[in-house]
Design a protein around this ligand. Structure first.
Ligand SMILES: *[C@@H]1O[C@H](CO)[C@@H](O)[C@H](O)[C@H]1NC(C)=O
Length: 403
């Protein structure tokens, strides 16, 4: 075989390897998803190689996914878009152009990306904020919190917290003409994690008088004690977010110690003295029957890792908002939870729905059968998914009725 045909065979094999990924039958736009996934896997593998060679950090390579979607702040006839700093944290502000004396509603939006990538400046988040502002005639604050690995836990949490605290001051709400009783916090994935954690913490903050009216959580990450929930098992190799990438993001968020990744992968990372945490995420108790199918609950086994002592962040409710008593959940505002069937994080969201309901918090749960994780990030090019558009529309409609 000549050199050229050899190269051709290798190239075809590589293309086939990256493009082919087994997808669930009912998934929306399977071909688009396969191509999208191929592109993401190439970036991820590129990142691993670059990291092995010592050329750059894995997350620097993954940041490419964020950077290709960069869009500058651009105002149009309906919304004025500017960049500002709230308590030293960069935010992108969307303010309806229409002048009126009526107080406006507001949304604080927290983007996703595993605490390590993503930005409010990405085209898809920019679009979502623009649509929200335009259709609701609302002020939107999209937060560009600092990211791991450079800024690990609790910095991303603290950044979002200080933006919320700054914005909720009555002088600031007055400045932006916002009605204090009509403010929402929302976020997707790691952004949903931060939104949920910040909402919990704000309840206890005596300095903050204004509270959120509602929270909206798109396929949030909510717990760290059981990384073998049925959704982790069923969807561990699904497009966009694999189990291994979740664990990588989580370990980067918490520490530079790469043994943390290995310990988390075994799912035996919770020492016996933290036994009391398992009841908060016990899927045998909290998951509706249809999500349990084919799985048998086994009590989690304990490792002798000193994880609780060495990395207190991992079991902290600011990382894992599910790890709190019911008493901490009571008093949370009306919550909108979106989960996707073919998502590793599906059961985190569903368990939160069950626990909030048990605690008496009103919850609207929207479960999307034909979607994988992260579809909201694909409402703008290079890849656009219909299911992302539907999700964004439903969310904005829901906000319009409930905020
Ligand atoms: C989990 O829930 C099941 C069913 O409610 C129960 O039998 C089991 O003891 C629980 N396990 C833990 C570790 O909480």
């Amino acid at each position: 075989m000549g050199g050229k045909s050899f190269c051709l065979v290798v190239a075809l094999a590589l293309i086939a390897y990256y493009i082919y990924s087994p997808l669930p039958e009912n998934v929306d736009e399977p071909w688009k998803l396969m191509l999208l996934n191929a592109a993401l896997r190439i970036v991820e593998h590129g990142g691993m190689i670059v990291e092995k060679l010592g050329l750059a950090h894995y997350m620097d390579v993954l940041m490419m996914i964020t950077n290709i979607q960069y869009t500058p702040p651009a105002s149009d006839e309906k919304v004025t878009v500017t960049e500002a700093k709230f308590n030293h944290v960069p935010v992108r502000l969307y303010i309806p152009t229409e002048q009126s004396d009526v107080l406006k509603r507001a949304v604080i939006y927290i983007h996703g990306g595993g605490w390590c990538i993503g930005s409010a400046t990405m085209k898809s988040y920019d679009l979502l904020s623009r649509w929200t502002s335009e259709r609701l005639n609302a002020v939107v604050v999209s937060v560009d919190y600092r990211l791991a690995p450079k800024y690990r836990f609790p910095v991303p949490f603290e950044d979002v917290y200080s933006v919320a605290k700054y914005f909720l001051q009555s002088s600031i709400l007055e400045k932006y003409n916002v009605e204090p009783s009509r403010i929402c916090i929302a976020g997707d994935s790691a952004g949903g994690n931060l939104a949920a954690a910040v909402t919990q913490k704000l309840l206890d903050d005596p300095d903050v008088k204004v509270k959120f009216k509602i929270q909206a959580l798109f396929y949030p990450f909510l717990q760290t004690v059981d990384l073998e929930l049925p959704s982790y098992q069923d969807n561990k190799n699904m497009p966009v977010l694999t189990k291994s990438l979740v664990i990588r993001f989580l370990s980067e968020y918490i520490s530079s110690d790469d043994s943390l990744f290995k310990v988390l992968e075994t799912n035996q990372h919770v020492p016996a003295e933290f036994n009391h945490l398992f009841k908060f995420v016990n899927w045998s108790h909290w998951l509706p029957e249809r999500f349990k199918k084919g799985h048998i609950y086994t009590a989690p086994s304990h490792g002798n890792s000193k994880i609780g002592q060495k990395y207190p962040g991992i079991l902290d409710p600011r990382t894992a908002p599910l790890l709190v008593d019911d008493i901490k959940l009571q008093g949370l505002p009306l919550t909108y939870v979106i989960t996707c069937q073919h998502d590793v994080l599906r059961d985190d969201g569903i368990i939160y729905v069950s626990r909030l309901r048990e605690a008496g918090v009103p919850v609207i749960h929207e479960h999307v059968e034909n979607a994988v994780h992260g579809v909201l990030t694909f409402i703008a090019g290079p890849v656009i998914l219909n299911v992302g558009h539907r999700m964004a529309n439903n969310y904005i409609e829901w906000l319009n009725k409930n905020l």
